[in-house]
Design a protein around this ligand. Structure first.
Ligand code: ATP
Ligand code: MG
Length: 423
């Protein structure tokens, strides 16, 4: 007898399972670009003194709802939140700045500032998937925790620019920068924005009419065409900055010029999250369609307090690894597939195994086909683009064949390692 429950399960062959909507597999060239983004970023960040932090992929939901603000798009619409089996409300991290600040406090590191954190890993947002926009995506990020000085803003931005250059994708990428001022500047600016948008309320999108009540600065970040048209004549923050806020911003610009980071001031840059003040910036490109922001960040001086720590000035950015990888692809910067040295036993496998492991021990990528006569194995070596084949005779004597030129010479094991430099 078959129960209703078992009948409802389709036979295994009929369901070909796909990755969940908005997620993707990265294999081959995709994976190589992803690894290059992470490795390059990690290497450059280390030059600037950033050490890698690993924080959990899920956190207590309050880390994000408090940190990012209840009205932010991310918290209001995009979070993957769920009660676990114990009834605790958890969220898959939609970004990692809040997690890093939570970790600073949890680990008592507010006593040893400044801290410079680098991270790389998956983030999750319930969004409408499109090119360069996914539900599971990955970010690299750099945060300087516990430094209010404008040199910290400039340094974290310079590290980001250095990473973009090291990836070979700087062409067509521009730093756009703005200041959101301090609380006093922002209060004055907010009042001016409310006055302006209230006058034009009938032309605002429904979302932006909501923002007008809750967080008018967000309207500057709107993607709605009607809103954008209104923005052209909206007041700019520059006129509302206090002396101290203007001085901080001027110093950041001065340092960036001193560090040779090209920039464009853009008074429309605000960040989508609640925690920013002073410097706000984005590295943008026109090469990725609507997904033109590759790296974004700014100063956030209130977030550590939200996590229960002391007032701690911080500045940092995050970049979408997929978007950086798309730019690498467009710039023809995909790392080539690795080319192994093929070890080919001409008779017994035993002496060939010794050679195989000796090459690997010397740091050379070497592979031996699992089966086949010498001719078949050589064919396969050619097919997988091996750079050379080492033919190992039954007595252990060696011939090395360059598979690009076809030349073949006798060699000793020691000489082989010299001849085949690590790639
Ligand atoms: P957008 O305006 O594109 O939605 P955002 O303001 O939501 O970006 P941030 O929260 O600042 O983005 O995240 C920093 C960077 O992370 C973005 O500039 C982008 O490169 C990347 N990013 C954000 N959301 C996604 C996503 N869903 N898929 C891929 N990359 C993303
Ligand atoms: Mg977004």
């Amino acid at each position: 007898m078959t129960s209703a429950a078992t009948r409802a399960i389709p036979p295994a062959m009929s369901t070909r399972l796909q990755p969940a909507r908005g997620t993707r597999d990265m294999i081959g060239a995709d994976a190589r670009r992803h690894v290059a983004v992470g490795d390059t970023a990690r290497r450059i960040a280390a030059l600037y003194g950033f050490e890698e932090w690993f924080t959990p992929i899920f956190e207590d939901t309050r880390v994000f709802s408090r940190g990012l603000g209840e009205t932010s798009d991310v918290v209001a619409k995009e979070m993957y939140s769920f009660p676990d089996r114990g009834g605790e409300m958890l969220t898959l991290r939609p970004e990692n700045t809040a997690g890093v600040c939570r970790a600073l406090v949890s680990n008592g590191l507010t006593q040893s500032l400044p801290q410079k954190a680098f991270y790389a890993g998956p983030m999750f947002r319930y969004e409408r998937p499109q090119k360069g926009r996914y539900r599971q995506f990955h970010q690299i990020g750099c945060e300087i925790l516990g430094a209010a000085e404008p040199l910290a803003d400039a340094e974290v931005i310079a590290a980001g620019w250095h990473i973009i250059q090291a990836l070979g994708i700087a062409d067509g990428v521009v730093l756009e920068i703005n200041t959101l001022g301090d609380a006093e500047s922002r209060d004055a600016y907010r009042a001016a924005l409310v006055a302006y948008f209230t006058r034009h309320a009938e032309n605002l999108s429904e979302d932006s009419r909501m923002r007008l009540e809750k967080n008018p600065l967000r309207i500057l970040d709107s993607k709605d065409a009607g809103d954008r048209a209104l923005l052209a004549d909206a007041p700019a923050i520059t006129a509302y900055l206090t002396g101290a806020a203007a001085a901080h911003y001027a110093a950041v610009l001065g340092y960036l010029r001193g560090m040779d980071v090209p920039l464009r001031e853009n008074p429309r840059i605000v960040r989508g999250l609640d925690y920013y003040s002073h410097t706000a910036f984005e590295f943008v490109t026109d090469r990725l369609g609507a997904q033109g922001t590759v790296m974004a960040g700014g100063r956030y001086d209130g977030l550590v307090e939200e996590m229960g720590g002391p007032a701690t000035p911080c500045v940092g950015w995050a970049a979408g690894m997929e978007r950086l990888a798309l730019l690498m692809e467009a710039a023809d910067r995909t790392p080539p597939a690795p080319r192994p040295v093929a070890v080919v036993p001409m008779a017994d496998e035993a002496p060939a195994l010794v050679v195989l492991q000796a090459l690997r021990a010397a740091g050379i990528h070497a592979e031996m086909e699992y089966r086949g006569n010498p001719k078949r194995r050589l064919e396969r070596a050619n097919k997988r683009q091996a750079r050379a084949a080492v033919l190992v005779a039954g007595d252990g004597s060696l011939q090395v064949k360059d598979l690009d030129s076809g030349t073949q010479v006798a060699a000793t094991l020691h000489g082989l390692v010299e001849m085949l430099p690590t790639q």
